[in-house]
Ligand binder design. Sequence first.
Ligand SMILES: Nc1nc2c(ncn2[C@@H]2O[C@H](COP(=O)(O)OP(=O)(O)OP(=O)(O)O)[C@@H](O)[C@H]2O)c(=O)[nH]1
Ligand SMILES: [Mg+2]
Length: 225
Amino acid sequence: MSAPSPITQPRIVHVRQNILKRNDELAHQLRQRFQAAGVFVVSLVSSPGSGKTAFLEKTLTLLKQQQHRPAALVGDLATDNDAARLARSQAPVKQITTGTLCHLEAAMVEKALEDWNLNELDYLFIENVGNLVCPSSYDLGENLRLVLLSVTEGEDKPLKYPTIFNSSDVAVVTKVDLADAVEFDWNVANANIQAVRPGMPVLRVSAKTGEGMDAWLASLPCRAI
Ligand SMILES: Nc1nc2c(ncn2[C@@H]2O[C@H](COP(=O)(O)OP(=O)(O)OP(=O)(O)O)[C@@H](O)[C@H]2O)c(=O)[nH]1
Ligand SMILES: [Mg+2]
């Protein structure tokens, strides 16, 4: 493939900047709406299969048991498989299918929320499309962005994909029940996370055994019932 023409390159960059600017404006409006309604919004990013849906299903179920009012949006290119799994928690859930797009955008979140009353929610979770690159540039109006890293992926992912770690607030190491089987080295993983994002809080969880879920829920801001 030939290199991009120096003449067309600036225009592509310009169009991309406009898209990002529009997304940021919309995300800002969403954030104001969430704040006005008293909803705490958490988004989840990771590579495909890191355990976002399993972690979220467990989170929704536990929050429901504690009489909170969580809800979730989940993005995938195709299928509503994840929405069906999350709906087992009895929380309101909506699938966003992106077609060919490898990330969610603020406009998709806004559209998905059209027929929901935000005043009836305490927490809104947004599971992004499984991808360690595209979602990093798109603000969704969330208060907290979690980046998940499963023990089976290898400890080097923070070094290879620094942008997604830099644009997230908390790292969540998932599937810790499998750590011994894959000889996961916690010290190396944590050092890599801290190398790209010094001071980043790191949680360790297993959606399968429930390990670490209490600490995770305790770290969420309390919302009145
Ligand atoms: N052993 C173990 N397996 C897990 C855990 N969490 C998720 N899994 C398994 O890992 C696989 C992928 O989990 P998902 O929750 O679908 O991952 P995801 O990040 O939502 O995947 P995408 O939405 O496709 O990006 C499934 O087979 C899960 O059962 C865990 O804590 N322990
Ligand atoms: Mg999923």
